[in-house]
Design a protein around this ligand. Structure first.
Ligand code: GLY
Length: 388
């Protein structure tokens, strides 16, 4: 059954309207989240503040910059620059940066600030972060080590999410003139495509590598249901990450992989086009959704639509518009009394008998879910210069 058959598409006017609802919510959140960051997920649909020490802290500033682009209000710019200073401080002091998520942090917080305002400290912070990511490259196996002490046997692995960290490297290559950023991004993605995407287009969340031979040891999950299932957000990171790298590199292998991971994702969706947290679950299962995966995928579809011939681009745009219509109608926050977030029913990490994560943020707003929802609406309503 094709669940997209007959589903309505979000119109440009509806996208603008939904984006304005987001802008209003971001404006209401400014007092609470200018000198503080937003927690990775909400608690009973309300985000508490947090220090700038989580991997997710870049998404709230990204929302502020998207609101600034839509609305032009000086308050957004002021907050965005205060947050950029906080990210420079974090980079200089090395606060909770011993992992690969430099792109998730510094692209929406600082590359965006630099591109939109020319604020030099933001550029400096983003280049420092790119340097940190480069230092996590493991020549034996050719990948960026995701977590933990470099070279540690129990952490000699990369994860599919890293595809979203690579645009920081492409940006840094252009900005600094140092070709290593781009070269190592290319090596990482080659490793990732060799091992992470299964024959049916589903993906491993994490891949352990052999420290002696550089060969794949095994695929394993952390946040998915099972080592051999496909974590919905991992699938979404693959879709969007491949589209972004295709924009920079135009390697047809990335496009072919994009279509395979997308095809798998599309066949595993329930009727309202928003996946369960793992794609092993199908319509009728009593499991939470991950709305953020739908927003991330919409961004990937809209990115790829800008890079492909018209007929294919129309198909991608239509799939994105249908996904967004469902998100706007059934998942977005309509009443600020209910939540200070933008999109309900995200899942950060759900414990299963087979995975290794700590359960957090189940059926809540999640910071990246809000950011990518805003980005997808921004993309749908017209031309947009990506931060990624
Ligand atoms: N990058 C971690 C996550 O998507 O939850």
């Amino acid at each position: 059954m094709n669940v997209f058959e007959g589903k309505p598409v979000l119109s440009q006017a509806q996208a603008r309207q939904a984006l304005d609802v987001c802008v209003g919510q971001v404006r209401r959140n400014l007092p609470k989240f200018t000198r503080a960051c937003q927690n990775h997920s909400s608690i009973h649909n309300v985000y508490p503040p947090c220090d700038n020490d989580q991997w997710t802290c870049g998404f709230w500033p990204g929302e502020v910059w998207l609101a600034y682009e839509r609305d032009g209000g000086e308050a957004f710019k002021t907050t965005g620059l205060i947050l950029a200073d906080s990210f420079l401080d974090r980079a200089e002091r090395g606060v909770a940066l011993d992992h690969h998520d430099m792109g998730f942090l510094y692209t929406p917080a600082c590359v965006a600030a630099w591109k939109l305002t020319g604020y030099e400290p933001a550029r400096r912070a983003a280049l420092m972060a790119a340097g940190r990511l480069l230092a996590r490259f493991q020549p034996v196996g050719e990948f960026f080590q995701a977590w933990g002490e470099l070279g540690a046997p129990d952490n000699y692995r990369y994860i599919i999410d890293c595809l979203l960290n690579l645009p920081l490297l492409y940006w840094a290559a252009d900005e600094s003139g140092d070709p290593r950023y781009r070269t190592l991004a290319g090596r990482h993605i080659a490793t990732c495509l060799r091992h992470s995407v299964r024959d049916d287009g589903s993906t491993f969340h994490t891949v352990f590598m052999d420290r002696e031979t550089g060969r794949m040891s095994r695929g394993a999950t952390c946040q998915g249901y099972h080592d051999n299932s496909s974590w919905a957000r991992g699938q979404a990171w693959a879709i969007y990450g491949l589209a972004l790298s295709y924009r920079y590199v135009r390697d047809p292998v990335y496009k072919e992989a994009f279509d395979r991971v997308l095809a798998y994702y599309l066949t595993r969706l329930p009727d309202d086009l928003v996946p369960y947290w793992d794609m092993i679950f199908t319509s009728g299962d009593a499991e939470p959704r991950d709305s953020s995966s739908a927003s991330i995928t919409a961004c990937g579809l809209l990115e790829m639509a800008g890079l492909t011939p018209p007929a294919e681009a129309r198909r991608y745009r239509r799939l994105a518009g249908q996904t967004l219509k469902s998100l706007v109608d059934h998942y977005s926050v309509k009443n600020p009394e209910e939540s200070n977030g933008l999109v309900l029913h995200g899942t950060y990490s759900k414990k299963s008998p087979y995975n290794t994560c700590t359960q957090e943020g189940v059926d809540e707003c999640v910071s990246w879910g809000d950011y990518f929802y805003m980005e997808a609406l921004t993309r749908l309503r017209g031309r947009w210069e990506p931060y990624w």
